[in-house]
Design a protein around this ligand. Structure first.
Ligand code: SAH
Ligand code: SF4
Length: 355
């Protein structure tokens, strides 16, 4: 099966075309047709020579994703289900904020980290997405916006869909370099956030990449006992290891870091846990932001419920009192299976029932 050309960075495209007897300026033209004019077929690249078009057609396709379902929420959130060439389904969400349009992308089919509260982890990882399939999600959403003719563009990206991005590191990095490219989509690195469950070694690698992309770490508990209960990955990368990697990240990049903390009723939402969290982050208080996430109930994980508004407020206040920067995540698209992985798992269940 031919791969999507979206998987190549501009440098890789230049190199590939040079190796195949083309000139560098051709690569620049092709890049422009892909990301500025956003054509769907190589033959639409009007100033590109016939032999170059033939070469591209023989080796690549442009888009490999097909829209399978599109759900639009009252608040403007749109959830897409895309079908890949092998029939696997992935989820992508477009959210509207005051500051711009943000897209949440998927990096794997399922996830092997298996966090106990998460819908994506219910479906074991089937495979990694290649870089072209991750970029393809942004291009599909941009195509939808282009068709609306309101001159809107994707301005922000969160890598928080299905999958653990650092378990698909190389493709993730290619994706980031493509969408960030100044001569292409030019989505600012500071407008992109990658979320990880805390693969410490990869946090160190990411710190060394010299890219200004934001990092968010899913912490969800302030001590190992509790964290292991809700995230089994904590056995492999306990809090101390994650924090060491984060300290390295902070020193190396001079950037801030976001901690994600899902509030699970009576599990990790007591004021004591907020205080413990504040102590854990004390030495990096000025470089940290804690994002409190109201839990989105998942049918299969009925042991977890969303914290009450009072508990959320009390947790937030306890952190504030200790000088921790924090906020409660705004929810979007609650009427359309908002939690990551929910639309896909529902669709798969439906398919199983109908078979
Ligand atoms: N695998 C990465 C990125 C994808 S998950 C990670 O775990 O960080 C993105 C975020 O959504 C994580 O913080 C995850 O903990 C959170 N999440 C997963 N299931 C959720 C649910 N049902 N309700 C609210 N947040 C959820
Ligand atoms: Fe995987 Fe993230 Fe879900 Fe955990 S929360 S199972 S790491 S997608």
């Amino acid at each position: 099966m031919k791969k999507s050309i979206y998987g190549l960075t501009r440098d890789q495209l230049i190199e590939w075309l040079l190796e195949n007897g083309q000139k560098k300026f051709r690569a620049e033209q092709v890049w422009d047709w892909l990301y500025i004019k956003r054509v769907q077929s190589f033959s639409d690249m009007k100033n590109v020579s016939k032999d170059c078009i033939q070469l591209l057609e023989d080796n690549f396709v442009i888009q490999t994703l097909k829209e399978s379902v599109k759900q639009e929420s009252e608040d403007g959130t749109i959830k897409f289900l895309f079908e890949m060439e092998d029939g696997n389904l992935i989820e992508t969400v477009l959210m509207r904020f005051k500051y711009g349009l943000s897209v949440c992308v998927t990096t794997q089919v399922g996830c092997n980290i298996g966090c106990s509260f998460c819908a994506s982890g219910l479906l074991k990882k089937n495979r990694d997405l290649d870089a072209g399939e991750i970029v393809g999600q942004i291009m599909k959403v941009q195509e939808h916006l282009d068709n609306m003719q309101k001159d809107e563009r994707v301005s922000h990206i969160v890598v928080m869909g299905i999958g653990e991005p650092f378990d698909n590191y190389k493709n993730l990095m290619n994706f980031l370099r493509v969408v960030n490219d100044q001569k292409g989509l030019a989505i600012g690195a500071r407008h992109i956030t990658v979320s990880t469950s805390g693969l410490a070694k990869k946090i160190v690698d990411f710190a060394n990449e010299n890219i200004q992309v934001n990092l968010a770490v899913s912490l969800h508990a302030p001590n190992d006992e509790l964290r292991t209960k809700i995230m089994v990955i904590n056995k492999a990368f306990p809090i101390e290891k994650v924090m060491e990697a984060i300290d390295y990240y902070l020193e190396t990049t001079n950037r801030r870091i976001t901690f994600e903390y899902i509030l699970l009723k009576d599990v990790n939402d007591h004021v004591e846990e907020a205080q413990q969290l504040a102590r854990l982050l004390e030495n990096k208080r000025h470089l940290s932001y804690v994002n409190l996430i109201p839990y989105n109930p998942v049918d299969e994980h009925s042991q977890y419920q969303r914290s009450s508004q009072e508990s959320i407020d009390a947790f937030f206040q306890a952190l504030k009192k200790k000088g921790i920067n924090c906020g409660v995540r705004l929810e979007q698209g609650t009427d359309i299976d908002a939690a990551c992985g929910q639309l896909r798992s529902k669709q798969i269940k439906k398919e199983k029932v109908s078979k």
